[in-house]
Design a protein around this ligand. Structure first.
Ligand SMILES: [Zn+2]
Length: 297
């Protein structure tokens, strides 16, 4: 890794930073075009848009620490106005997300949107064991809920700050590193509290508008902080014809046969990107073990 000078790079990026004099690392993420691409697919009320943006920024922050190929999924279910919200980010920082059943969601408050909510974090490596953690979405922000979860399960403290409006989403993560620079435990605590309190001063508009280096200078004017190269974040849907075909193999063959008789084809829509996949009888003969030369009844 090599430190960089300040540049006006893209607005869809994730950047790691390190405190030079404390065992604390950080990550800043900003989403612009990638967020707008997702918002262009479905129309959401402002409260849902903000929530979706915060979830996307959180997923990128948490994925930036992944040390393997795979994806991280955040899925919230609730009795509130947002029954289901799901976002994904993979190791290449490709994101997608959707809020489902939110036609009546008019509120701006998390309490109304995610009442009795439960958040599942799934870390899904391409090779190896899947890991899941479950968080009750208590009153408060998503950032608070995630922070409480990480601090109960990890020795090294972590905190997250999130913001989103109708255009952009952003987030910042602070995480304690194992003892290396600061041996003294009290000083370690002080340094953590100081960085954490300084970051509390950041308002949503500032988090959303200031580019990386300027944001860090504003938040930690007295602390030397090293900012690393950015990694691009982009919207990308992982759906494919093959995946849809695999999903169709779960259909009852007679049901598939009936659908083909009635409609001439079976279509599968991807709700994340609105792509539509059409399958004719010949496309599915191998899936259902149909002999295409025979007539099916
Ligand atoms: Zn798709």
């Amino acid at each position: 890794m090599r430190p960089t000078v300040e540049t006006h790079s893209t607005s869809d990026e994730s950047r790691r930073f390190l405190f030079e004099n404390a065992d604390i690392r950080g990550e800043i993420v900003s989403l612009d075009a990638s967020f707008k691409d997702i918002l262009a697919i479905h129309q959401y009320a402002p409260g849902v848009t903000r929530l979706l943006g915060e979830f996307l920024a959180a997923a990128v922050l948490l994925s930036s620490n992944l040390k393997f190929e795979g994806k991280l999924v955040l899925q919230a279910r609730s009795d509130g106005q947002v029954p289901l919200l799901m976002v994904e980010c993979n190791h290449e920082l490709q994101v997608r997300g959707i809020a489902r059943g939110v036609e009546q969601a008019t509120s701006g408050s998390n309490e109304a949107l995610l009442r009795n909510g439960q958040l599942t974090i799934t870390v899904d490596p391409l090779k190896g064991q899947r890991y899941q953690g479950i968080i009750a979405l208590q009153t408060g922000t998503l950032a608070d809920n995630l922070g409480a979860y990480f601090n109960q399960s990890e020795q090294l403290r972590s905190r997250i700050w999130l913001a989103a409006d109708g255009q952009r989403a952003a987030g910042l993560l602070l995480q304690q590193l194992p003892r290396q620079i600061t041996e003294d435990i009290n000083l370690r605590c002080e340094q953590w509290e100081s960085a954490s309190t300084s970051t509390d001063a950041v308002s949503a508009p500032i988090l959303l508008s200031l580019p990386g280096a300027a944001l860090l200078r504003r938040l930690y004017p007295r602390d030397p902080v090293r900012l690393f190269d950015s990694t691009r974040v982009q919207f990308h849907c992982s759906c494919s014809r093959q995946r849809c075909q695999n999903a169709l193999s779960c259909l009852d063959p007679s049901e598939a046969n009936q659908l083909l008789k009635e409609q001439g084809c079976i279509t599968v829509d991807c709700e994340f990107c609105n792509a539509q996949y059409r399958f004719l009888r010949n496309d599915l003969s191998s899936v259902f073990g149909w002999n295409t030369t025979k007539t099916l009844h």
